[in-house]
Design a protein around this ligand. Structure first.
Ligand code: NAD
Length: 249
């Protein structure tokens, strides 16, 4: 890059193809809307047929809904095939689908542990594995894995969730190291308390958030658009904490 070319490349996603898991509601829906607004063609992938279809319809002809269970290999193969069939490429994968459960360790059943690991960690592995062949063939791609502040520190009762989110952080780093040579970037995002269906039972007053409030989903979406775009062309293997300063304290 010559000195004259040294300018910040913007977050224009013109025509890029992005698949967002868990895209039907909550944070995933905010990511899908923001990526679409930045010019991307967006695949909303979720178990929730009605909400997912409604969002794709609202976004219009640069969007479509695909039913996806992130824990299922065949479902991933079908979703990637549908994306390539509709839009001819897959440039951005946002592995956002997630669930949470909580229990003190003596009461954490194997079924609860398995469920949270299956969606939050195995689902991310399956998603990355499913898109890499197309990204390698293109010679480019951005994989954005949604972890949490719980992927950076522990909290009582959140054992399976925390283990899954630390796992997502580690997987993102091993993938970033392996896939950089193919032009594929992999980063993890670590939201703090964001107001969605997942967090209705959490009292923000009990958390020490320097900005003094929880966030709404749109406040994380800017980081996702940045990581999807050429504005982050040299950013890989990095961890983006979006938590109002909470874990800095
Ligand atoms: P949410 O419950 O509102 O949405 C989760 C979405 O994932 C839903 O649309 C759901 O249908 C989908 N989903 C669940 N299991 C799935 C599966 N097997 N296959 C496909 N889709 C599936 O939750 P949210 O708050 O929007 O969270 C989104 C992500 O952000 C999760 O990974 C969560 O762990 C993470 N996160 C959330 C917060 C927060 O404060 N809300 C903080 C940190 C991290």
């Amino acid at each position: 890059m010559s000195a004259g070319d040294r300018r910040v490349r913007g977050a224009d996603l013109g025509g890029r193809v992005a698949l967002v898991t868990g895209g039907a509601r909550g944070l995933g829906a905010a990511y899908a809307r923001a990526l679409h607004a930045a010019g991307a063609r967006v695949v909303v992938a979720d178990l929730l047929d009605d909400e997912g279809r409604d969002l794709a319809t609202e976004l219009g002809d640069r969007a479509r809904f695909v039913r996806l269970d992130v824990t299922d290999e065949a479902s991933w193969a079908a979703a990637v095939e549908a994306t390539l069939e509709s839009f001819g490429a897959i440039d951005v994968l946002v592995n956002n689908a997630g669930i949470a459960n909580a229990a003190p360790i003596e009461h954490l059943t194997l079924a609860k542990w398995d469920a949270v690991i299956a969606v939050n960690l195995t689902g991310v592995f399956l998603g990355c594995r499913a898109v890499v062949p197309a990204m390698k063939a293109q010679g480019s791609g951005s994989i954005i894995n949604i972890s949490s502040v719980e992927g950076m520190r522990g909290s009582p009762g959140l054992h399976g969730y925390t283990a899954s989110k630390f796992g997502v952080r580690g997987l993102s780093q091993s993938l970033a190291v392996e896939l950089g040579q193919f032009g594929i970037r992999v980063n993890s995002v670590h939201p703090g308390l964001i107001l969605t269906d997942m967090t209705t039972r959490i009292d923000p007053a009990k958390l020490d958030i320097p900005l003094g409030r929880p966030a709404v989903p749109d406040e994380v979406a800017g980081t996702i658009v940045f990581l999807a775009s050429d504005a982050s062309s040299f950013t890989s293997g990095a961890e983006f904490v979006v938590d109002g300063g909470m874990i800095a304290g």
